[in-house]
Design a binder for this molecule. Structure first.
Ligand code: CP
Ligand code: NVA
Length: 311
């Protein structure tokens, strides 16, 4: 038995990531083929708002044979100051896995260090690794493979999506270009980690303020809100408007390029309605694939921990 967690994209090897995506495809074709949580409960805790993550985990855990226990973090005793480690011990005595959307990455790390069951990051300020698996599944569906493709992320390249794309897409062998305004580019530590991964996957990472150069000939063009949960809106529109994904920017990408957005989207801000709702957009497949990809990662973690024998 190996206790594994999924807290950041590079918690997986390239081979493991690929295996999970294969399983996600199989589970999309046959949603109840695997039931690793039969008779067990998975805690799904939200300290921030959610539509897709909540829906996909609640339905997904049910399809895996388990009971999803959705918890509003602010209504738990953690909201009144009970420690993460005490909460983790109690969760670990009762549930088969913990899925948590919260603020700082150190919070999910503390949960993982103390729960004794697999912990999945359902978005922190620093990473959103479940979203990246869904995006990869979508790219595989529409492009056949990920290896060697050019992937461009435009906008707030210092946020959780920027970090996770840098790591997760390089892990999948893609040439990743992150374009954002000065002051909104990823931490050098993230870039260094992506560069180390690139050496073994054949991918690459480039960071730039030049949005046009970053989009030129790209196979996948992606953006995210300019104002992530917990951030202040003030002044951001002026800084980010040159990084809007619109028809003119898309004319620079490969003619067969697809467009992704993790959602929620703000039409007329980070992306125009004509692109988001246009023929190159694959956002509804992407949103659906959250469920399949997360079921695959939960199954991978359950198999590693051998939870079916842990009754
Ligand atoms: N993409 C995503 O995580 O959506 P929610 O915030 O609605 O869960
Ligand atoms: N960067 C966004 C992603 C939402 C799914 C946020 O953190 O709010």
């Amino acid at each position: 038995m190996t206790l594994r967690h999924f807290l950041a994209d590079d918690d997986l090897t390239p081979e493991e990531q690929s295996k999970i995506l294969d399983l996600a495809v199989a589970l999309k074709a046959d949603p109840t083929a695997r039931r690793p949580f039969d008779g067990r409960t998975v805690a799904v805790i939200f300290d921030k708002s959610s539509t897709r993550t909540r829906i996909s985990f609640e339905v997904g855990v049910t399809e895996l044979g388990g009971h999803p226990m959705i918890i509003d973090g602010s209504s738990s005793q953690m909201g009144r100051g009970e420690s993460i480690s005490d909460t983790a011990h109690v969760l670990g005595r009762n549930v088969a896995a913990v899925v948590w959307r919260t603020m700082g990455q150190e919070r999910v790390e503390e949960m993982a260090a103390n729960a004794g069951v697999p912990v999945v990051n359902a978005l922190t300020d620093e990473y959103h690794p479940c979203q990246i698996l869904a995006d990869l599944q979508t790219i595989r569906e529409h492009k056949g493979a990920t290896q060697g493709l050019t992937f461009t992320y435009v906008g707030d390249a210092a946020n959780n999506m920027g970090n996770s794309y840098a790591l997760g897409m390089v892990l999948a062998g893609m040439h990743v270009r992150l374009a954002g305004p000065e002051g909104y580019l990823p931490d050098p530590e993230i870039v260094a980690r992506a560069e180390r991964l690139a050496a073994s996957t054949g991918g690459s990472i480039d960071v730039t303020t030049d949005v046009r150069a970053a989009t030129e000939g790209s196979d996948v063009v992606v953006t995210d809100t300019w104002v992530s949960m917990g951030m202040a809106y003030e002044g951001r529109e002026t800084v980010f408007m040159p990084y809007q994904v619109n028809h003119e920017l898309m004319s620079l990408a490969d003619p067969e390029a697809i467009v992704l957005h993790c959602l929620p989207a703000y039409r007329g801000k980070e992306i125009t309605a004509e692109v988001l709702d246009g023929p190159q957009s694959r956002i509804w497949d992407e949103a659906e694939n959250r469920r399949h990809a997360q079921k695959a990662v939960l199954t991978f973690l359950a198999d590693a921990a051998d939870i079916s024998s842990d009754r």
